[in-house]
Design a protein. Sequence first.
Length: 346
Amino acid sequence: MELTIQEIFSVTFSHDYFKNGQTPYFDFRPTPITQKKLKNFHIFTNLLTNEFRLAVGLRKPTDEIVNELRGLGDLHFLILNNHGYLVNYTNLPLIDRIVEIIYLSTGVEGHKIQDVEPVSGSQIIDLLPLNFGIDVEEFNFVELKDKDGEVLQSFDVSAEGFTKLNLSLHGYGEGYFELWSDSELLKKFFATAIDLPEKCIGLLQISGNDVCQMLEDIGESELAEITAEFAAKDCYLEYEIALPAQRKIEIKSLKVDGKGLVDFEEPYEKLMAGTVKLNVFRSTKPIRIKAEFDEPLELIVEYSNLHSEQINEMNIKLPSPDVKRIQTQQLDNDETVYLAPTLVYV
């Protein structure tokens, strides 16, 4: 059967660590349940650098897209990280991928892609199987709700004398749920029957109803577009300058030119591996790290030849911060900051 393909929905993943926000390191994979829905509804996916698109196959060009998508429900896509150091330079708390996941949605309050600027720790929720237990001896009344706030199950745990609840969500399938007790939110979580791959850092939920509403608002011939924004960490920069032990010039001075982005303190010395002397320049404040600064920072070296008193100057472009080595550091006032040390051999 020949289909007419029309693109209907697009979500762009922007990351300010990269120039123009374009990151090639995100990928998307449908869960098995979503894969079946895509096939049944003739929906196709496409990834263009950092833009994830959905298209629908129409049997006739005159078919109404909204009618074709009726009953689609929720689509779930795993957000895969194809760059091992993404979590290092992204401004997010450490994610325990076994029990936590970033949850982004077209409609769930607090997780709406169009409202999140940028993605933060508040979009991280628990990851649970479809069968699990919770301790409830401190609670009186417990409710299980779906993503729309509808109560699916309720338990009067104090009257029944429960100390633990064993919940089975197989009847509802994979999805976003909330546990409430005595009108207070206990837990937000995504429940699934599958084991997520190691590269999975998040879950993208696209509601068929939300897409239909967007298309009704803008017109079915248009592409519904939203953007998910990620921010890089603000880090103190440290450039560790390693000079050769034997050299044919005499170093008079070293300094780092921050190109108007940041100033650097006077260098201090430390030893690497107990033998290599490093001159360490630390920025006076944290700045947003980049894969490539608009203008590279420079090391300015003043030197003279061994047989001349003339002072010469050499400017050496410094690399962008080494994301492999980003770490936390506690300051004297107990504030915890990010530090990005970068080793430079001259």
